[in-house]
Design a binder for this molecule. Sequence first.
Ligand code: IVH
Length: 667
Amino acid sequence: MNEIETQIKALRKELEQHNYNYYVLSMPTISDREFDERLKELQSLEEANPEYADPHSPTQRVGSDLSKEFEQVLHKYPMLSLANTYSDGEVRDWYERTMRLLNEPFEIVAELKYDGTSISLIYEEGRLVRAITRGDGTRGDDVTANVKTIRSVPLKLMGNDYPAEFEIRGEVLLPWAEFDRLNKEREEQEEPLFANPRNAASGTLKQQNPAVVASRKLDAYFYYLLGEDLPAETHYTNLQKARSWGFKIPDVIRVCQTMEEVFDYLKYWDMERKSLPVATDGVVLKVNSQRQQKNLGFTAKSPRWSIAYKFQAERVLTRLNSVSFQVGRTGAITPVANLEPVLLSGTTVKRASLHNADIIAGLDLHIGDNVYVEKGGEIIPKIVGVDVDSRSMLLGDKVEFIKNCPECGTLLVRPEGEAAYYCPNESGCPPQIKGRIEHFVTRRALDINIGPETVEDLYNAGYIKDVTDLYTLQLCDLLSLERWAEKSAQNLLQSLEESKQVPFERVLYGLGIRYVGETVAKRLAHSFLNMENLKQASLVSLTAVDEIGERIAHSVVAYFADEKNRSIVERLSSYGLQMAIDKSILADRSDKLKDLSIVISGTFTQHSRDEYKAMIEKHGGKNSGSVSGKTDYILAGDNMGPAKLEKAAKLGVKIINEDEFLKMLNE
Ligand code: IVH
């Protein structure tokens, strides 16, 4: 392999990893701008060396957000992305190129670039018939049921001058206020926080349960109309029309006649956008006339008649004073940079996340360095670079990731394939022990009436070393602590007593087995029915459960393989905690669908999709997301996706409707 080929392959690999981090993990490790720069670099290398072309190169696709749970639908008009620019110079280049290509006067429409997740809505005879995500640009997920929960999306249009059939595209957004509320709630429940409103919006839109979606108060702004007979020749007028039909069309759109007007708009909104209720990350410029748009046409990935100008994320320079390492409940070590306090986007920043050892090494940080701190859409600011020029001769100590746990001194380990280091001393490392107890008592788990401070006091006084010790606490123990009065001590004992009635699935969640969150705990509880069965479960039987993958299965097996954990579970059981699923739930169960694999498709009238899913599982069947040779039935509602229909016909899978399904259960 020669040098160029090696370089191209390395870039592809790197970009693929970033795509994965972004789309699958929702945890990007570089900025969009850096990503775009690398992609451009790869593009030009590929163009200059066509002999190394590859149809699977990251340059050949637009990122995919497809998930297997939704019906996939072909876009009538592909959903392309826009070319990104980052400087006035690039905007000028585009403007001048457009001028040369058109060779006649033209208008530019300037709009804000909303930072959410894109959606395409199809209307027929004034009614919303379908909502599709971007997916891979060619086909997307049918998320109609979820989009219908967004109050600002019109289900029926106003007026009567809309085309019989058209598509409208826009952005689904989670407003800042709602984002903050949601994250606060998640923090209380010890669920991972959303990094930014964009991830929160796309995560929400992909929820399988429309009720959850509805509770999150999404919003949608629209910016592009498509169809065979649109009302007007210009983009701008079409949008104004769409507003009259009931769509939320931002009113900060401006028609510009000159380059200067465009720059005024960019400058104005770079500042003003901070007072908007939703996140924006740039400006989109579009040629107004549709005839001119057609003349300009498209490249493989984006229209020539439009570009995106991305705002520079706010960044400041400040001094790195020190780096501390925190130990979480699971033993994961989080490096945190302590900074000289500095004002950034209206708040004082004192700390920044350093993510993991690789990021630290990549930045080549030294204590005392002047570092660039950025606060994009992220809640926690991050260090994006070092001002190497301002380094003095007296270079501070190089920041190295620690080798031993800062709390208990144990040698840290880094599991293969993971970015994080862990302290393996689960049973002897104080923050892990306290963290597990804090998790156990949270509202969503055992709901025991104590906060982190009390846990700390009880732990320091030597009364609790693990969760089981909570149940041997005596009134006199509590009263011996500072600040404790009889009343609050009684309350705690009472709440411990009540926790013995908390359902099995929440007890299981409370154990804090790695990767076993609330939903997984519920799944496991319903599949294995009691702790004893779960303790005996093999990797094979665990992964046979819907939505339980290898990672979770390994974690569960490892948990019960540890004698210390088995003894904790036994003690909890001896104190009377619920170790099996409630009898009334068991009573409804049957084997009527035993070993049958059933795919649910379309929309239903008598029960929700989730209810049907639950019924299938309760009666011993398996609900699967996609049709295959192993599928026994398709439970079909209205609007079943054409792809599934075709596949079912080809494989000869039996299709049943709601009534037939319910009859199967009643017999
Ligand atoms: S127009 C063919 N207008 O940015 C042009 N897009 O990279 C269609 N976006 O996928 C897009 N605000 O999700 C357009 N005012 C706006 C936008 C906008 C945000 C998003 C959209 C699109 C991406 C393009």
